[in-house]
Write a protein that binds this ligand. Structure first.
Ligand SMILES: *Cc1c(COP(=O)(O)O)cnc(C)c1O
Length: 397
Protein backbone atom coordinates (compact mmCIF):
# COMPACT_ATOMS: atom_id res chain seq x y z
CA UNK A 1 0.00 0.00 0.00
CA UNK A 2 1.05 3.55 -0.75
CA UNK A 3 1.73 5.44 2.46
CA UNK A 4 0.30 8.88 3.15
CA UNK A 5 3.53 10.84 2.63
CA UNK A 6 3.78 12.95 -0.49
CA UNK A 7 5.46 11.15 -3.40
CA UNK A 8 8.54 13.38 -3.34
CA UNK A 9 9.14 12.76 0.37
CA UNK A 10 8.43 9.08 -0.03
CA UNK A 11 10.81 8.92 -2.97
CA UNK A 12 13.76 10.17 -0.93
CA UNK A 13 12.99 8.39 2.34
CA UNK A 14 12.18 4.93 0.99
CA UNK A 15 15.93 4.49 0.59
CA UNK A 16 17.36 2.87 3.70
CA UNK A 17 20.33 4.27 5.63
CA UNK A 18 22.92 1.47 5.70
CA UNK A 19 22.26 -0.40 8.95
CA UNK A 20 25.87 -1.46 9.43
CA UNK A 21 27.68 1.84 8.85
CA UNK A 22 25.09 4.61 8.69
CA UNK A 23 26.11 5.42 5.10
CA UNK A 24 23.39 7.72 3.75
CA UNK A 25 24.14 6.71 0.15
CA UNK A 26 23.21 3.12 -0.61
CA UNK A 27 26.51 1.15 -0.65
CA UNK A 28 27.52 -0.58 -3.87
CA UNK A 29 27.72 -4.25 -2.90
CA UNK A 30 30.06 -5.28 -5.71
CA UNK A 31 30.10 -8.96 -4.80
CA UNK A 32 29.01 -12.14 -6.55
CA UNK A 33 28.51 -14.30 -3.48
CA UNK A 34 27.89 -14.06 0.28
CA UNK A 35 29.59 -16.12 3.02
CA UNK A 36 27.24 -18.47 4.86
CA UNK A 37 27.46 -19.46 8.52
CA UNK A 38 26.24 -22.97 7.79
CA UNK A 39 24.67 -24.39 4.61
CA UNK A 40 21.55 -22.30 3.93
CA UNK A 41 22.14 -20.01 6.95
CA UNK A 42 22.91 -16.53 5.62
CA UNK A 43 22.06 -12.86 6.12
CA UNK A 44 19.32 -12.89 3.47
CA UNK A 45 21.65 -12.97 0.46
CA UNK A 46 23.43 -15.96 -1.03
CA UNK A 47 24.31 -15.19 -4.67
CA UNK A 48 23.98 -11.89 -6.57
CA UNK A 49 21.97 -13.27 -9.50
CA UNK A 50 19.29 -14.26 -6.99
CA UNK A 51 19.56 -11.16 -4.84
CA UNK A 52 21.95 -8.30 -4.17
CA UNK A 53 21.53 -5.59 -1.52
CA UNK A 54 22.17 -2.65 -3.88
CA UNK A 55 19.79 -4.05 -6.50
CA UNK A 56 17.25 -4.76 -3.77
CA UNK A 57 17.32 -1.11 -2.63
CA UNK A 58 16.52 -0.07 -6.21
CA UNK A 59 13.83 -2.74 -6.60
CA UNK A 60 12.11 -1.68 -3.37
CA UNK A 61 12.32 1.98 -4.40
CA UNK A 62 10.72 1.43 -7.81
CA UNK A 63 8.03 -0.80 -6.32
CA UNK A 64 7.20 1.86 -3.75
CA UNK A 65 7.02 4.60 -6.42
CA UNK A 66 4.66 2.49 -8.54
CA UNK A 67 2.56 1.45 -5.52
CA UNK A 68 3.28 -2.21 -6.30
CA UNK A 69 3.90 -5.25 -4.16
CA UNK A 70 7.33 -6.05 -5.59
CA UNK A 71 9.97 -4.66 -7.96
CA UNK A 72 12.61 -6.39 -10.09
CA UNK A 73 15.58 -4.77 -11.84
CA UNK A 74 16.91 -6.03 -15.17
CA UNK A 75 19.94 -5.41 -17.36
CA UNK A 76 17.84 -3.39 -19.86
CA UNK A 77 14.28 -2.29 -20.53
CA UNK A 78 13.99 -5.05 -23.12
CA UNK A 79 15.21 -7.65 -20.62
CA UNK A 80 12.40 -6.45 -18.32
CA UNK A 81 9.87 -6.74 -21.16
CA UNK A 82 11.28 -10.19 -21.99
CA UNK A 83 10.85 -11.41 -18.40
CA UNK A 84 7.16 -10.47 -18.53
CA UNK A 85 6.63 -12.17 -21.92
CA UNK A 86 8.16 -15.34 -20.42
CA UNK A 87 5.04 -15.68 -18.22
CA UNK A 88 3.20 -16.70 -21.42
CA UNK A 89 2.89 -20.12 -22.99
CA UNK A 90 2.62 -21.33 -26.59
CA UNK A 91 -0.81 -20.55 -28.14
CA UNK A 92 -1.36 -17.57 -25.82
CA UNK A 93 -2.41 -14.29 -27.42
CA UNK A 94 -1.56 -10.68 -26.65
CA UNK A 95 -3.53 -7.57 -27.65
CA UNK A 96 -1.04 -4.70 -27.91
CA UNK A 97 -0.97 -0.97 -28.65
CA UNK A 98 -0.25 -0.47 -32.37
CA UNK A 99 2.59 2.04 -32.07
CA UNK A 100 4.41 -0.12 -29.54
CA UNK A 101 8.12 0.49 -28.85
CA UNK A 102 10.11 -0.91 -31.81
CA UNK A 103 12.21 -3.23 -29.67
CA UNK A 104 9.13 -4.76 -28.05
CA UNK A 105 7.61 -5.24 -31.53
CA UNK A 106 10.81 -6.99 -32.65
CA UNK A 107 10.86 -9.22 -29.55
CA UNK A 108 7.26 -10.33 -30.01
CA UNK A 109 7.46 -10.71 -33.80
CA UNK A 110 10.90 -12.20 -34.35
CA UNK A 111 11.59 -14.08 -31.13
CA UNK A 112 8.26 -15.14 -29.59
CA UNK A 113 6.12 -15.68 -32.67
CA UNK A 114 8.15 -18.79 -33.48
CA UNK A 115 7.34 -20.12 -29.98
CA UNK A 116 3.63 -19.84 -30.78
CA UNK A 117 2.73 -16.51 -29.14
CA UNK A 118 0.44 -14.33 -31.26
CA UNK A 119 0.10 -10.57 -30.97
CA UNK A 120 -2.71 -8.44 -32.38
CA UNK A 121 -1.88 -4.75 -32.67
CA UNK A 122 -4.79 -2.33 -32.28
CA UNK A 123 -5.30 1.41 -31.79
CA UNK A 124 -5.83 1.37 -28.02
CA UNK A 125 -6.90 5.03 -27.90
CA UNK A 126 -10.35 3.51 -28.53
CA UNK A 127 -10.90 0.91 -25.75
CA UNK A 128 -13.57 -0.73 -27.93
CA UNK A 129 -10.78 -1.91 -30.26
CA UNK A 130 -9.27 -3.82 -27.34
CA UNK A 131 -12.64 -5.36 -26.44
CA UNK A 132 -13.11 -6.50 -30.05
CA UNK A 133 -9.62 -8.02 -30.37
CA UNK A 134 -9.70 -10.00 -27.11
CA UNK A 135 -10.40 -13.74 -27.31
CA UNK A 136 -10.39 -16.41 -24.63
CA UNK A 137 -6.75 -17.08 -25.58
CA UNK A 138 -5.74 -13.50 -24.72
CA UNK A 139 -3.50 -13.47 -21.64
CA UNK A 140 -2.09 -9.92 -21.83
CA UNK A 141 -3.29 -6.55 -22.94
CA UNK A 142 -0.09 -4.58 -23.53
CA UNK A 143 -0.23 -0.78 -23.32
CA UNK A 144 2.14 2.10 -23.68
CA UNK A 145 0.71 5.50 -22.84
CA UNK A 146 1.80 8.02 -23.96
CA UNK A 147 3.25 6.20 -26.99
CA UNK A 148 6.42 6.70 -28.94
CA UNK A 149 6.78 8.89 -30.99
CA UNK A 150 3.23 10.22 -31.53
CA UNK A 151 2.36 10.51 -27.81
CA UNK A 152 -1.05 8.87 -28.12
CA UNK A 153 -2.87 8.46 -24.80
CA UNK A 154 -4.92 5.38 -23.85
CA UNK A 155 -7.38 4.99 -20.97
CA UNK A 156 -5.65 2.66 -18.49
CA UNK A 157 -8.66 2.31 -16.17
CA UNK A 158 -11.14 1.47 -18.95
CA UNK A 159 -8.76 -1.00 -20.60
CA UNK A 160 -7.94 -2.68 -17.25
CA UNK A 161 -11.65 -3.42 -16.85
CA UNK A 162 -11.87 -4.91 -20.34
CA UNK A 163 -8.78 -7.07 -19.70
CA UNK A 164 -10.05 -8.30 -16.32
CA UNK A 165 -13.53 -9.09 -17.64
CA UNK A 166 -11.77 -11.44 -20.05
CA UNK A 167 -9.36 -12.97 -17.50
CA UNK A 168 -6.38 -11.23 -19.10
CA UNK A 169 -3.73 -9.20 -17.33
CA UNK A 170 -3.04 -5.56 -18.15
CA UNK A 171 0.67 -4.79 -18.66
CA UNK A 172 1.66 -1.13 -18.97
CA UNK A 173 5.06 -0.01 -20.25
CA UNK A 174 5.27 3.16 -18.15
CA UNK A 175 8.60 4.38 -19.55
CA UNK A 176 7.17 7.53 -21.16
CA UNK A 177 5.27 8.78 -18.09
CA UNK A 178 7.56 7.49 -15.30
CA UNK A 179 6.10 6.55 -11.90
CA UNK A 180 6.10 10.20 -10.84
CA UNK A 181 3.94 11.05 -13.84
CA UNK A 182 1.54 8.10 -13.80
CA UNK A 183 0.85 5.07 -11.59
CA UNK A 184 -0.83 2.38 -13.71
CA UNK A 185 -1.32 -0.05 -10.79
CA UNK A 186 -3.58 2.48 -9.05
CA UNK A 187 -5.65 2.49 -12.26
CA UNK A 188 -5.97 -1.29 -12.43
CA UNK A 189 -2.80 -2.50 -14.20
CA UNK A 190 -1.33 -5.83 -13.04
CA UNK A 191 2.24 -5.39 -14.24
CA UNK A 192 4.30 -2.27 -15.00
CA UNK A 193 7.52 -2.34 -17.02
CA UNK A 194 10.15 0.35 -17.47
CA UNK A 195 13.13 1.15 -19.53
CA UNK A 196 14.95 2.70 -16.56
CA UNK A 197 17.48 3.87 -19.15
CA UNK A 198 15.15 6.81 -19.82
CA UNK A 199 13.53 9.00 -17.12
CA UNK A 200 14.23 6.80 -14.09
CA UNK A 201 18.03 6.90 -14.39
CA UNK A 202 17.69 10.17 -16.30
CA UNK A 203 21.30 11.01 -17.15
CA UNK A 204 21.90 8.97 -20.32
CA UNK A 205 24.59 6.96 -18.53
CA UNK A 206 23.09 3.51 -17.95
CA UNK A 207 21.00 0.81 -19.66
CA UNK A 208 18.52 -0.65 -17.16
CA UNK A 209 14.99 -2.01 -16.87
CA UNK A 210 12.40 -2.75 -14.21
CA UNK A 211 9.22 -4.72 -13.61
CA UNK A 212 6.72 -3.96 -10.83
CA UNK A 213 3.81 -6.26 -10.03
CA UNK A 214 0.52 -5.44 -8.35
CA UNK A 215 0.34 -8.74 -6.46
CA UNK A 216 2.83 -10.90 -4.60
CA UNK A 217 1.74 -13.92 -6.65
CA UNK A 218 2.76 -12.21 -9.92
CA UNK A 219 5.90 -10.92 -8.21
CA UNK A 220 6.92 -14.46 -7.27
CA UNK A 221 6.53 -15.53 -10.90
CA UNK A 222 8.65 -12.60 -12.18
CA UNK A 223 11.25 -13.28 -9.47
CA UNK A 224 11.42 -16.89 -10.65
CA UNK A 225 12.01 -15.77 -14.27
CA UNK A 226 14.58 -13.18 -13.15
CA UNK A 227 16.60 -15.78 -11.27
CA UNK A 228 16.06 -18.59 -13.79
CA UNK A 229 17.07 -16.57 -16.86
CA UNK A 230 19.55 -14.21 -15.21
CA UNK A 231 19.30 -10.81 -16.97
CA UNK A 232 19.84 -8.95 -13.69
CA UNK A 233 21.07 -5.38 -13.23
CA UNK A 234 24.59 -5.16 -11.76
CA UNK A 235 25.30 -3.42 -8.43
CA UNK A 236 26.98 -0.33 -9.93
CA UNK A 237 24.24 0.19 -12.54
CA UNK A 238 21.66 -0.31 -9.76
CA UNK A 239 23.39 2.41 -7.75
CA UNK A 240 23.49 4.78 -10.76
CA UNK A 241 19.77 4.21 -11.29
CA UNK A 242 19.00 4.91 -7.60
CA UNK A 243 21.12 8.05 -7.82
CA UNK A 244 19.12 9.17 -10.86
CA UNK A 245 15.73 8.41 -9.32
CA UNK A 246 16.46 10.65 -6.32
CA UNK A 247 15.97 13.69 -8.58
CA UNK A 248 13.23 12.21 -10.79
CA UNK A 249 10.49 14.57 -9.71
CA UNK A 250 12.64 17.72 -10.06
CA UNK A 251 13.75 16.64 -13.51
CA UNK A 252 10.34 15.57 -14.75
CA UNK A 253 8.76 18.83 -13.60
CA UNK A 254 11.38 20.92 -15.43
CA UNK A 255 11.33 18.68 -18.51
CA UNK A 256 7.53 18.89 -18.68
CA UNK A 257 7.63 22.71 -18.29
CA UNK A 258 10.20 22.93 -21.07
CA UNK A 259 8.27 20.57 -23.36
CA UNK A 260 5.05 22.56 -22.94
CA UNK A 261 6.76 25.85 -23.75
CA UNK A 262 8.47 24.29 -26.78
CA UNK A 263 5.22 22.67 -27.95
CA UNK A 264 3.25 25.92 -27.66
CA UNK A 265 5.95 27.77 -29.57
CA UNK A 266 6.13 25.12 -32.31
CA UNK A 267 2.36 25.22 -32.70
CA UNK A 268 2.61 28.90 -33.67
CA UNK A 269 5.20 28.34 -36.43
CA UNK A 270 3.76 28.37 -39.97
CA UNK A 271 6.26 25.71 -41.17
CA UNK A 272 4.89 23.18 -38.67
CA UNK A 273 1.79 21.18 -39.64
CA UNK A 274 1.14 19.40 -36.33
CA UNK A 275 2.63 19.14 -32.85
CA UNK A 276 2.10 15.94 -30.85
CA UNK A 277 2.12 16.60 -27.10
CA UNK A 278 -0.58 15.60 -24.59
CA UNK A 279 0.05 18.79 -22.62
CA UNK A 280 -1.40 20.88 -25.47
CA UNK A 281 -5.09 21.75 -25.15
CA UNK A 282 -5.44 21.00 -28.88
CA UNK A 283 -4.24 17.39 -28.38
CA UNK A 284 -6.83 14.62 -28.68
CA UNK A 285 -5.46 12.93 -25.54
CA UNK A 286 -5.25 16.09 -23.42
CA UNK A 287 -8.26 15.57 -21.14
CA UNK A 288 -7.45 11.90 -20.54
CA UNK A 289 -3.76 12.68 -19.90
CA UNK A 290 -4.83 15.35 -17.38
CA UNK A 291 -6.93 12.73 -15.61
CA UNK A 292 -4.40 9.91 -15.42
CA UNK A 293 -1.03 11.72 -15.47
CA UNK A 294 0.56 14.21 -13.05
CA UNK A 295 3.07 15.47 -15.62
CA UNK A 296 2.89 15.42 -19.41
CA UNK A 297 6.60 14.59 -19.78
CA UNK A 298 9.56 15.96 -21.71
CA UNK A 299 8.97 14.24 -25.06
CA UNK A 300 7.07 15.75 -27.98
CA UNK A 301 7.03 15.34 -31.74
CA UNK A 302 6.06 17.46 -34.71
CA UNK A 303 5.88 17.25 -38.48
CA UNK A 304 6.42 19.82 -41.20
CA UNK A 305 3.93 21.28 -43.66
CA UNK A 306 6.34 20.15 -46.39
CA UNK A 307 6.14 16.53 -45.28
CA UNK A 308 9.36 15.30 -46.83
CA UNK A 309 12.20 13.56 -45.04
CA UNK A 310 14.68 16.29 -46.05
CA UNK A 311 12.89 18.84 -43.85
CA UNK A 312 13.50 16.62 -40.84
CA UNK A 313 17.05 15.73 -41.87
CA UNK A 314 18.09 19.38 -42.20
CA UNK A 315 16.33 20.26 -38.96
CA UNK A 316 17.96 17.55 -36.83
CA UNK A 317 21.40 18.46 -38.20
CA UNK A 318 20.98 22.18 -37.48
CA UNK A 319 20.47 22.34 -33.72
CA UNK A 320 23.30 22.74 -31.24
CA UNK A 321 21.66 22.27 -27.83
CA UNK A 322 19.40 19.41 -28.93
CA UNK A 323 21.86 16.60 -29.73
CA UNK A 324 21.06 14.09 -32.45
CA UNK A 325 20.71 10.75 -30.66
CA UNK A 326 18.28 7.96 -29.93
CA UNK A 327 16.88 7.67 -26.39
CA UNK A 328 15.00 10.18 -24.27
CA UNK A 329 14.27 11.31 -20.73
CA UNK A 330 17.80 12.49 -19.85
CA UNK A 331 18.91 15.86 -18.48
CA UNK A 332 20.39 16.86 -21.86
CA UNK A 333 17.98 17.60 -24.69
CA UNK A 334 18.01 15.13 -27.56
CA UNK A 335 16.26 14.95 -30.89
CA UNK A 336 15.82 12.29 -33.54
CA UNK A 337 14.24 11.60 -36.91
CA UNK A 338 12.23 8.40 -36.29
CA UNK A 339 11.69 7.53 -39.98
CA UNK A 340 15.47 7.36 -40.49
CA UNK A 341 16.49 6.21 -37.00
CA UNK A 342 14.25 4.43 -34.45
CA UNK A 343 11.70 3.30 -37.08
CA UNK A 344 14.12 2.66 -39.95
CA UNK A 345 13.39 -1.08 -39.99
CA UNK A 346 9.60 -0.54 -40.07
CA UNK A 347 8.24 -0.70 -43.65
CA UNK A 348 7.33 2.89 -44.75
CA UNK A 349 3.60 2.07 -45.29
CA UNK A 350 3.34 0.51 -41.82
CA UNK A 351 5.22 3.41 -40.26
CA UNK A 352 3.05 6.03 -41.99
CA UNK A 353 -0.14 4.15 -41.06
CA UNK A 354 0.97 4.33 -37.40
CA UNK A 355 1.12 8.13 -37.81
CA UNK A 356 4.90 8.43 -38.08
CA UNK A 357 5.21 10.88 -40.98
CA UNK A 358 8.37 11.13 -43.12
CA UNK A 359 9.12 14.58 -41.69
CA UNK A 360 8.28 13.75 -38.07
CA UNK A 361 10.90 14.93 -35.58
CA UNK A 362 10.93 13.74 -31.95
CA UNK A 363 12.29 16.01 -29.23
CA UNK A 364 13.24 14.98 -25.72
CA UNK A 365 13.53 18.15 -23.65
CA UNK A 366 16.19 18.15 -20.96
CA UNK A 367 16.55 20.52 -18.02
CA UNK A 368 18.14 23.45 -19.87
CA UNK A 369 16.48 26.87 -20.00
CA UNK A 370 13.33 26.84 -22.15
CA UNK A 371 14.21 30.11 -23.93
CA UNK A 372 17.58 28.74 -25.00
CA UNK A 373 15.94 25.56 -26.27
CA UNK A 374 13.42 27.55 -28.30
CA UNK A 375 16.19 29.73 -29.80
CA UNK A 376 18.01 26.56 -30.81
CA UNK A 377 14.90 25.23 -32.55
CA UNK A 378 14.33 28.61 -34.20
CA UNK A 379 17.81 28.45 -35.77
CA UNK A 380 17.07 24.96 -37.10
CA UNK A 381 13.71 26.06 -38.53
CA UNK A 382 15.46 28.88 -40.39
CA UNK A 383 17.94 26.37 -41.81
CA UNK A 384 15.05 24.25 -43.11
CA UNK A 385 13.37 27.29 -44.66
CA UNK A 386 16.50 28.52 -46.41
CA UNK A 387 17.95 25.05 -47.02
CA UNK A 388 21.33 26.66 -46.48
CA UNK A 389 23.01 23.87 -44.58
CA UNK A 390 25.84 22.44 -46.63
CA UNK A 391 27.29 20.09 -44.11
CA UNK A 392 24.16 17.99 -43.86
CA UNK A 393 24.88 14.42 -44.69
CA UNK A 394 21.62 13.16 -46.08
CA UNK A 395 21.49 9.59 -44.89
CA UNK A 396 17.96 9.36 -46.19
CA UNK A 397 16.96 8.12 -49.62
C1 LIG B 1 13.71 2.39 -24.63
C2 LIG B 1 12.43 1.71 -24.41
C3 LIG B 1 12.37 0.33 -24.14
C4 LIG B 1 13.61 -0.55 -24.15
O1 LIG B 1 14.48 -0.22 -23.12
P1 LIG B 1 16.07 -0.44 -23.19
O2 LIG B 1 16.51 0.04 -21.86
O3 LIG B 1 16.58 0.37 -24.34
O4 LIG B 1 16.29 -1.90 -23.40
C5 LIG B 1 11.12 -0.23 -23.90
N1 LIG B 1 9.99 0.51 -23.93
C6 LIG B 1 10.02 1.83 -24.20
C7 LIG B 1 8.73 2.59 -24.23
C8 LIG B 1 11.23 2.48 -24.45
O5 LIG B 1 11.24 3.79 -24.73
Amino acid sequence: MRNTMKTSTNLIHTLPVDAQTGAISVPIYQTSTFVQEAPGINKGFDYSRSNNPTRKALEDLISSLEGGSGGFAFSSGLAAVDAVVKLLEAEDEVVAVDDIYGGTFRLYSFIYEKFGIKVKFVDTTYPVNVAEAITDKTKFVWLETPTNPTLKVSDIEAIAKIAHNNDALLVVDNTFASPIGQQPISLGADIVVHSATKYLAGHSDVIAGAVVTATKELGDRIKFVQNATGAVLGPFDSWLTIRGIETLELRLKKQSDNALQVAEWLERQPEIAEVYYPGLKSNAGHELAKKQQTYFGGVLSFRFVSDIADSATIFVCSTSLFQLAESLGGVKSLLCHPAAMTHKSTPPEVRRAAGVADSLVRLSCGIEDAEDLIKDLQTALKAVSSREVESVKIGWK
